[in-house]
Design a protein around this ligand. Structure first.
Ligand SMILES: [Fe+2]
Length: 364
């Protein structure tokens, strides 16, 4: 390793020793700055940290040990080498334990100083390289973890769409609910991160139907009370399926669990009331209700859009949050036609970076 151009700060209160060391190091290619006290050394480092500092241990006011600690605290990437008298070897060893790179006993020899300083710089280079490598590795692991979650989520979404596709009555339901819910969220003026969370929650809201008996799910007649409660378990099952995957996006889990809650407290599974129902779920609930009404079921034909909108309006404050109903009616007024078309390919990413910090204040 060449020492050409490396900056070195020499700290000693004795000018004779300081000058001799500086000349010695300059003779082998270092650019040396001198400081006659620990305070002067700190001031020099504040101006521009040198990669290596050679410091005497015994100095008036602030000694070399205190200087070492201060440098380690403020500039941990600086290599500190202690200059020690024979009687100070124990202190020098303590300095090594405190993070000094090496120590040079006095009286020093040219070759020894050069070798120790070169070694210290080499050690520093390796430490910095190792740190960069570790940071890079941590980034790579993070990226891989995100990708694995995305792949898993895409699998779950594919499953949700496949489940719906099996049934002519529910085909495309989640994608349409996501399209409506996204527009409602936009009308409410929610931040883009929340719009994404709501759309993702809408896409996945009925995933728990995977755990509902087929005979109940596709029953071509009205459901009994027992069957109704069984099918409504899909909210709890869905949240349980997704919980390990979406710990960082609790808003999405809230949509899945609470999209059948009602402001009047008669909903399921938790009989939440009013604002107890998470905002993201309140948005999706209106969209879900409208799409369910305007698509047919084995036991009833689809309702006409004006009729469904009237029922939504009538249900404001009881079945659906009033502010969400107003926003949905505004969406429908602005829509070119209903149902709102959905993208051919729907793939939503988990908004990882924003999800954790997204804080939403309900409008109004
Ligand atoms: Fe549902």
């Amino acid at each position: 390793m060449t020492s050409d151009g490396f900056r070195c700060l020499v700290v000693d209160d004795e000018p004779r020793i300081r000058n001799a060391l500086a000349r010695l190091l300059e003779g082998v290619g270092y650019r040396c700055e001198q400081a006659d006290s620990a305070q002067a050394a700190l001031a020099a480092l504040e101006r521009e940290p040198a990669p290596v500092v050679l410091t005497d241990i015994r100095m008036p006011e602030m000694d070399g040990v205190a200087l070492l600690h201060e440098i380690r605290r403020r500039w941990p990437e600086v290599a500190v080498v202690m200059l020690t008298a024979v009687a100070e070897v124990e202190t020098a060893v303590a300095c090594l334990q405190a993070g000094a790179y090496d120590y040079i006993p006095k009286p020093f020899h040219v070759d020894e100083v050069r070798a120790r300083v070169t070694q210290a710089l080499e050690k520093r280079r390796l430490i910095l390289e190792n740190r960069q490598y570790q940071e890079h590795l941590a980034d790579m692991v993070d990226q891989q973890a995100v990708r694995i979650e995305e792949l898993f989520l895409e699998g779950v979404q594919t499953l949700a769409h496949a489940l719906e596709a099996k049934d002519a009555y529910t085909k495309g339901h989640s994608a349409r609910v996501a399209a409506y819910a996204g527009r409602i969220a936009a009308v409410l003026g929610l931040p883009e991160a929340d719009v994404q969370l709501i759309e993702l929650g809408a896409e996945l809201h009925d995933i728990g139907k995977i755990g509902v008996r087929e005979a109940v799910l596709h029953k071509p007649a009205r459901l009994s009370d027992e069957e109704y409660h069984h099918i409504m378990q899909h909210t709890v099952i869905g949240a349980r399926i997704l919980e390990p995957l979406l710990k960082h996006a609790p808003q999405v889990l809230a949509v899945v669990r609470s999209h059948h809650e009602r402001p009047d407290g008669s909903g399921l599974p938790d009989r939440l009331r009013g604002d107890q129902i998470p905002l993201h779920a309140r948005v999706v609930s209106v969209a879900d209700g409208f799409d369910a009404m305007t698509t047919g079921r084995p036991y009833r034909p689809p309702r006409a859009v004006p009729e469904a909108l009237e029922e939504i309006r009538q249900g404001a404050g009881r079945q659906w949050d009033g502010a969400m109903v107003d926003a949905f009616l505004a969406v429908c007024r602005d829509a070119d036609h209903l149902p709102i078309p959905t993208p051919a390919v729907s793939r939503r990413r988990v908004p990882h970076r924003v999800a954790a910090g997204a804080i939403v204040t309900p409008p109004g």
